[in-house]
Design a protein around this ligand. Structure first.
Ligand SMILES: *Cc1c(COP(=O)(O)O)cnc(C)c1O
Length: 427
């Protein structure tokens, strides 16, 4: 099994060398627990895999996966850059020390005020439509920004339809057939377009779709180089590199993945007679996905028409199972040595039938008071949490050097309501 699970001598789940049951006791539940070392290891493994075959390489962490400021700072220290998809992500990255040239803004359906805000922040702008290009030209001095275009490589891949971001049904990017014209238009408008970007989807565990995307993006880039006279400073093939979520999924062989993809990339540069640009990749999930666990407590067990294990978290805490039908592996943190003996449904505490974490999940004998740990909760987990049902956003704890440090306090009820105002006539 390739899942990131460690057990200590008490047969408890261990996170970053700390007993998960002790963490639950000390901090309560639900709590997201983040392992600093795992993030650093993931970054180093990713960076060295690609830089080995193509040294002029930069990692742009797709921070929508996890924007806890400690996580961002850890990756800043490792040397990562940031892929930001909103002005808010640009704001927090700059505040934490990422300089403008280490931030790529990849927005879609961006309004003028936001375009202005992010270009004033001095970041690299990755433009998603002709509309945005034309509006940007009116808002700022085109000489003052570095731009690239997101193209649709007509290849899509991902763990769920919602996560496929290339192909004819996708809202992202400019069409391959219009790319040359768009780069020419950018030059006419006074811009200096220096990059090209594609991102085909999320949760890819197989080198093939990524190779197709590189191939097709490079064909577009080659044409733009020849016909629009663009010398690329960087080419960016996005993120989407997956991690195993189920016990039978295998870790991607990253070295092989990098070797095959870089071989293709270099061959394509030669084919189109292009100088070697900087390579950008934008992993999100790969860097942080397996670096956090959501600790919950089993608070009620109900034998109805089915057996329901009720926990103190819901889709307000972790949305992926309800939104994408995602599988998250679960373990009973205080019973790591026990065999699975029954198949149960694991249900959250939100008033919605869809609030289920699993159906027919094999688990050991579960009792009220057990600590149920939901694994792989580092990416698209806290960042998608909400206050639905007037539940406070949970705590986040960072494990660093075998110490547990609170990096986000649980919200209070007043925090939830603080931005609301009562109209005079109802006071
Ligand atoms: C979400 C996103 C990513 C990261 O995707 P992962 O599957 O987490 O690696 C990269 N680039 C862009 C533009 C994105 O929107």
């Amino acid at each position: 099994m390739d899942l990131n699970i460690k057990t200590n001598e008490k047969n408890h789940l261990e996170i970053g060398g700390v007993d998960a049951v002790e963490i639950a006791k000390e901090f309560g539940t639900p709590t997201y627990v983040i392992d600093e070392d795992r993030i650093r290891d993931n970054y180093k493994r990713f960076y060295s895999a690609f830089s080995k075959y193509y040294p002029d390489f930069k990692v742009f962490y797709a921070c929508k996966a996890n924007t806890n400021i400690a996580v961002l700072k850890i990756l800043e220290e490792e040397g990562s850059c940031i892929d930001a998809v909103s002005p808010g992500e640009v704001y927090i990255s700059k505040k934490l020390g990422f300089t403008g040239n280490r931030i790529l803004f990849t927005g879609n359906n961006i309004k003028d005020s936001e375009l202005k805000e992010v270009s004033d922040a001095g970041v690299i702008l990755n433009i998603d439509s002709v509309s945005a290009l034309k509006r940007l030209a009116k808002l700022i001095n085109p000489e003052n920004v570095k731009i690239s275009f997101r193209v649709n490589p007509m290849v899509g891949a991902g763990h769920h339809d919602h996560c496929i971001t290339g192909g004819v049904m996708s809202k992202f990017g400019i069409m391959d057939s219009e790319a040359v014209e768009v780069y020419k238009l950018a030059k006419e408008l006074g811009f200096n377009p220096v990059g090209m970007h594609s991102h085909i989807g999320s949760g890819i565990l197989d080198p093939e779709p990524f190779k197709l995307a590189i191939e097709s993006t490079m064909d577009i880039a080659g044409k733009v180089h020849k016909e629009a006279g663009i010398e690329f400073e960087f080419l960016d093939f996005g993120g989407g590199i997956g991690i195993p979520y189920t016990p039978d999924e295998k870790l991607l062989d990253l070295d092989k993945f990098a070797e095959e993809n870089m071989k293709l990339f270099k061959a394509k540069l030669k084919e189109y007679d292009m100088a070697e640009p900087t390579l950008y990749l934008e992993p999100g999930r790969y860097l942080v996905g397996d670096a956090a666990v959501l600790l919950t407590e089993v608070n009620s067990i109900k034998q109805s028409y089915r057996k329901f294990i009720g926990i103190d978290a819901g889709f307000n805490t972790l949305l992926r199972p309800a939104m994408y039908d995602s599988y998250h592996h679960m373990v009973i943190a205080n019973k790591m040595d026990e065999e699975d003996v029954e198949e149960v449904d694991v249900a959250g505490n939100v008033c919605e039938s869809g609030d289920l974490f699993a159906r027919d999940r094999p688990l050991p004998k579960v009792e009220e008071g057990d600590i149920l740990a939901i694994l792989n909760a580092g990416a698209y987990s806290f960042t998608m949490a909400s206050n639905y049902n007037t539940r406070p956003l949970p705590k986040e704890v960072l494990i660093s050097n075998k110490k547990a440090i609170v990096v986000r306090k649980e919200q209070s009820y007043d925090d939830i309501f603080q931005k609301q105002t009562m109209p005079e006539h109802l006071k």
